[in-house]
Design a binder for this molecule. Structure first.
Ligand code: TYM
Length: 336
């Protein structure tokens, strides 16, 4: 039997942050040797909210460089830009025509973002999860490593495959699309904002101090952690619902120093914030330093990156073509 297939992606909307790395990309790195992996930069998703056209291509290239800098190895994985593979848009259209509108209207992320955007909500924003389903289903992915916030979108992709394509146009013995499973790590799947431990760290939050970006220089990291929200309790602890900031920052510290929660508990339970914050700052700076050095090398050599993305596009196109043809045939399109 071949290796299980994995597909995932990140939007090229500004710099990637600790949540993207610890919740998703870190997991991709662990899978690349044992699985057949496809990682895309989802630029078509990035235009579902108002975007800056001068910045999109730079951000796409930078995101691909950050994947590699985080340890994604182009000789093991297929790294590509979503819009370079036309099959994503075509499958999205086919899935659009079988997906009930009310499935999309109840998506939490759509509801949250549309409140923020007001009159600027596009049809694309509503359709975001169908495009994501197309990304995943095109590659017959078995596993999709993502953060906790993507669980509902993964369930939608499964429902579209099973109920709207396989049940209607295929049979149990001969499914047309493979049903993917989410892969969500226990630790790191929900990294919270530095300025409010009850909301998740996010690229779209207005306040840049609410997140640590992978490319933030050491001084800025120091400043952001120094200003991070704390509380007036003595000692530090995990799991107290009254202290979401303590839980979040200790959790980040545990992952970045490669410790389990018990050992962090024994190291930090008697500490105050004044002692803990410099430790977290040092751990963050040293974890990001190799990523930043590698990134600089990569981004200074765009030709190398273009080559990786060109090869990625060819491999992705050939993997996607068969699935698209299967769906076209099942839906009854004329082939000549
Ligand atoms: P994006 O760019 O919003 O997020 C990329 C990945 O980072 C995870 N993530 C987090 N994990 C932990 N804590 C956080 N605070 C945090 N913030 C973000 C997300 O869960 C995600 O795994 N819709 C996807 C992009 C996408 C995709 C796909 C993913 C498009 N097509 C196909 C998988 C498969 C998204 O959330 O992007």
């Amino acid at each position: 039997m071949g290796r299980l297939r994995v597909l995932s992606g990140v939007q090229p909307t500004g710099a990637l942050h600790l949540g993207n790395w610890l919740g998703a990309i870190r997991n991709w790195v662990d899978l690349q040797k044992s699985h057949e992996t496809f990682f895309c930069v989802v630029d078509l998703h990035a235009i579902t909210s108002p975007h800056n056209a001068d910045q999109l291509s730079k951000d796409s290239l930078s995101t691909a460089a950050q994947y590699i800098a985080c340890g994604i190895d182009p000789s093991e994985c297929t790294i590509f830009i979503q819009s370079h593979v036309k099959a994503h848009s075509e499958l999205c259209w086919l899935l659009n025509c079988v997906t009930p509108l009310n499935w999309l209207e109840r998506m939490i992320q759509y509801k949250e973002k549309s409140i923020k955007l007001g009159d600027n909500v596009s049809v694309g924003l509503l359709d975001y999860p169908v495009l994501m389903a197309a990304d995943i289903l095109l590659y017959d992915a078995d596993l999709v490593p993502v953060g906790e916030d993507q669980k509902q979108h993964l369930e939608l992709a499964r429902d579209i495959a099973q109920q709207r394509i396989n049940a209607r146009f295929g049979s149990e013995e001969k499914p047309i699309l493979k049903t993917p499973k989410p892969m969500i790590l226990k630790e790191g799947s929900r990294i919270m904002s530095l300025t409010d431990g009850r909301t998740k760290m996010s690229k779209s939050a207005e306040n840049d101090s609410s997140r640590i970006n992978l490319l933030d220089p050491p001084d800025l990291i120091k400043k952001k952690i120094k200003r991070a929200k704390t509380d007036a309790h003595l000692g530090l602890e995990f799991g107290n619902p009254e202290r979401p900031e303590a839980d979040n920052l200790l959790g980040i510290y545990a992952i970045l120093t490669g410790q389990n929660n018990d050992s962090v508990k024994s190291e930090c339970s008697q500490m105050g914030w004044g002692k803990f914050k410099p430790l977290l700052t040092d751990a963050t700076i040293s974890a990001l330093e190799p990523i930043q050095l590698r990134y600089k090398d990569l981004i200074d050599n765009p030709e190398e990156l273009h080559k990786v993305l060109q090869e990625g596009r060819e491999k992705a196109e050939s993997a996607a073509e068969g699935t698209l043809q299967r769906v076209r045939n099942a839906l009854g399109f004329l082939s000549i």
